[in-house]
Design a protein around this ligand. Structure first.
Ligand SMILES: *Cc1c(COP(=O)(O)O)cnc(C)c1O
Length: 396
């Protein structure tokens, strides 16, 4: 990569802006094509499909999607990235690339729900795989669960509902010493606030539907690694077979999102920190889950491995879940919209565990009444005003 692109902000704004290739256009165009043509059959067969930047057919590669991959690989300080049609396509492809029938996986209990369902309800019954779930708060737990057939450790730090962390460097070191691969969902921090490849992780995954896209207008995912061989295998075989590559239009929208990634992340963090501190002071709020708070039980670990926190947080109230749910509606909230997902410009509120039993929620470290909010870009004063209205409504 060019020397002047060593600063992540320059990568996010300018990598791939080769004006001379695109008639001086300040934004590279979207390549809306399904195939590339060759001068002769000889040339077609000579194309090296293992080589990054070889374009043959749209299911194996596309110039716009490739530009996203180069940009995200550089932002994560990896060597190669591969884009997928969703975060789940990236996640399930990673599991299938690393594991085989009979493999054992260790996964953190607070990992993304659909990924746990894929492991427990597909990989176990259909592929005879084994899965152990751990809290992930202590490296010793991973060590205890290791078996001769352990192939993969799945991390998510911080997790996206109760914001529990894992000591990434320590887990990666343990795994490496046992020949086990590590995978982490880095969607919460984005590459701006955490670089897991630097800490020794093998595969980093992002849902691009969240902060990387940033505008709530696409579904997409990505895997990044420093292991060229593994990425070649995923690119030239597994992604092609499973067929889950990102579409070019989505890729182009991610490129647009990435240009403002650093300013958006700084603003999400500033808003969420102010909101978390407001909630923590409120008498009706029992507990706030935000790694940026000094009161977070793993705040010190956060300071060691992250350089910031994003706009997502959750809190628990001293009230029954039903009473809380009755106030989470659009008559009470004006800025926060009721909906899943996060990472866009807009503020959101949801109760992700409302349908769980108290015992199920307790296993995940919380209660069914937990409220998760995403602090969008509207401004902390508006978000606090909205939450104040909600808490006043609840105290009536
Ligand atoms: C949304 C989400 C995913 C899944 O991404 P999709 O693009 O929706 O498939 C994975 N991990 C986390 C933490 C998420 O929030």
């Amino acid at each position: 990569m060019e020397e002047w692109l060593m600063d992540d902000r320059l990568v996010a704004t300018h990598l791939g802006d080769t004006y001379e290739n695109y008639l001086g256009a300040v934004v590279p165009p979207v390549f809306l094509n399904s195939l590339h043509v060759f001068p002769s059959v000889e040339d077609y067969y000579n194309a090296d499909r293992l080589q990054e930047g070889t374009y043959i057919y749209g299911r194996s590669g596309n110039p716009t999607v490739h530009l996203v991959e180069r940009k995200i690989a550089a932002l994560e300080h990896g060597v190669r990235a591969l884009c997928f049609a969703s975060g789940m396509a990236a996640a399930s492809t990673a599991v299938l690339a690393v594991c085989k029938a009979g493999s054992h996986v260790i996964c953190v209990r607070n990992a993304y729900g659909p990924l746990k369902e894929f492991l427990s309800n597909y990989c176990v019954p259909q592929l005879g795989m084994e899965v152990s779930y751990v809290s992930g708060e202590d490296v010793g737990e991973f060590e205890e669960q290791m078996r001769p057939n352990t192939r993969l450790i799945i991390l998510e730090s911080p997790s996206s509902i109760v914001f529990s962390l894992q000591d990434i460097r320590a887990v990666a070191q343990l795994a490496r010493s046992r020949g086990v691969r590590t995978y982490i969902d880095n969607s919460y921090c984005s590459p701006v606030f955490q670089k897991p490849l630097e800490l020794g992780v093998d595969l980093v995954m992002h849902t691009m539907s969240k902060y990387l896209g940033g505008h709530s207008d696409i579904i997409g995912g990505v895997l990044v690694s420093r292991d060229e061989e593994l990425m070649c295998k995923i690119s030239a075989d597994i992604r092609e077979w499973l067929g889950g590559i990102l579409g070019p239009m989505e890729g182009w929208l991610v490129l647009r999102g990435l240009r403002t990634l650093h300013v958006r992340m700084a603003q999400h963090q500033q808003n969420a920190q102010a909101v978390a501190e407001f909630l923590e002071r409120h008498p009706l709020v029992k507990r706030v889950h935000y790694p940026g708070l000094q009161s977070h039980p793993q705040h010190e670990l956060m300071m060691r491995q992250q350089s910031g926190n994003s706009g997502l947080l959750s809190f628990e109230l001293d009230l029954p879940a039903e009473k809380v749910a009755a106030s989470v509606n659009q008559e009470v909230f004006r800025i926060f919209k009721v909906g899943v997902s996060w990472g866009g410009f807009e503020s959101l509120v949801t109760m992700p565990f409302y349908k769980l039993s108290p015992q199920q929620a307790e296993q995940l470290g919380t209660t069914p009444g937990i409220v998760r909010i995403h602090c969008g870009l509207e401004g902390a004063e508006h978000q606090i005003e909205d939450l104040n209205r909600f808490l006043e409504h609840l105290s009536r």
